[in-house]
Design a protein around this ligand. Structure first.
Ligand code: LMR
Length: 326
């Protein structure tokens, strides 16, 4: 009996026990294409995590809403059916009203300002704002500035009047389009192309990498260089699962994720314009510049949205974010 136990212990120590050979499977699900900052960061995370923990982990990446789409992915994370997801910050309204700050129109001048705010004390605290709901934020990831698009040119806010706009599931974005007389409709990302194609909606807003990789420019006549808001993400995981990992595994996974985020952010910063150029080269939608005056008119029309959400978000937090514009 004693010999049997010693043998079993020796086999375990050598990694030959029945369980020792099973790698930890980590499912990472997201809704965009591989050829986007988020798609590329996810693939990089798989590569780095499996390299750091050889044979110990297996990362399975599911892009394009293949495993879970909007609406279902948060539930799946809570149930442990997926371990890491990377939703847009516009999709956290139900979990913490503070993250709505990222949807305020014309708040951030550019991605560098977003970076500065996210690195600040206030920005870092937001990563922990959902721990009571069993969600841990491992970091922020960029996509880019959003551009307005529609089946007609949107030069001034008056041009948006009466148009139906697809929006992410965000109350701030709903108010943003109402402020210019539009009719916003919350739709999952996987439904956008068809909704634009069939005229269920007339327009939308998204950064260049999403527009190009999902071919929205093929079903929209006009895309404005509006840069009126940002689309950014939080990489999140199930807190119970994460805290239950062996400390060395957790540390290695965190290290791999921080590197993958840096990699994705670099793509977002350096290649945003390439996706724009590809849309122009495809020659399907007209890409129109926005004059300073017209941009100011959009800014003025949308600005009242800030006041509406100041109570939920916090005036101090908005001030801290504004300070990040230099
Ligand atoms: C959208 O729904 O438009 C975006 O949040 C999709 C994404 O993940 O970039």
């Amino acid at each position: 009996m004693k010999l049997k136990m010693i043998l079993a212990a020796t086999l375990m120590a050598m990694g030959l026990g029945a369980h020792a050979q099973q790698p930890l499977v980590i499912k990472l699900s997201h809704v965009v294409a591989d050829a986007t900052p988020k798609g590329q960061a996810s693939i990089k995370f798989k590569e780095l995590a499996e390299k750091a923990l050889p044979g110990k982990v297996q990362v399975q990446v599911f892009p394009n809403s293949q495993l879970f789409g909007d609406g279902k992915e948060m539930e799946a994370l809570a149930l442990g059916d997926v371990q890491i997801i990377i939703p847009s910050l516009a999709k956290f309204g139900k979990y913490t009203p503070k993250l709505q700050i990222f949807d305020l129109p014309f708040l951030f001048d550019d991605l560098a300002a977003v970076d500065r705010f996210q690195a600040s004390k206030e920005g870092q605290a937001l990563l922990k704002s959902m721990e009571k709901k069993n969600i841990i934020g491992l970091g922020y990831l960029h996509n880019g500035m959003k551009q307005l698009s529609a089946n007609k040119a949107l030069n001034t806010p008056a041009d948006a009047k009466g148009l139906k706009f697809r929006i992410q599931s965000s109350d701030v974005l709903e108010e943003q389009f109402k402020a210019v007389g539009g009719n916003p409709q919350k739709l999952a990302f996987s439904e956008v192309y068809q909704a634009l194609q069939t005229g269920v909606v007339d327009g939308t807003e998204n950064p260049w990498s999403n527009i190009y990789s999902k071919k929205f420019h093929e079903v929209q006549g006009f895309i404005m260089d509006s840069n009126h808001g940002i689309l950014d993400y939080m990489v999140i995981t199930n807190a119970k699962w994460w805290n239950g990992l062996a400390p060395d595994v957790r540390k290695a996974l965190d290290g791999a994720m921080q590197e993958a985020i840096k990699y994705g952010n670099k793509i977002a910063e350096e290649e945003g314009n390439d996706y724009r150029a590809k849309v122009i080269a495809d020659n399907k939608a007209k890409v129109l510049p926005m004059s300073k005056e017209n941009l100011m008119a959009w800014r003025t029309a949308m600005k009242p949205v800030w006041k509406k959400f100041e109570g939920e978000i916090g005036a101090d937090l908005i001030k801290a974010a504004e300070k990040a514009n230099k």
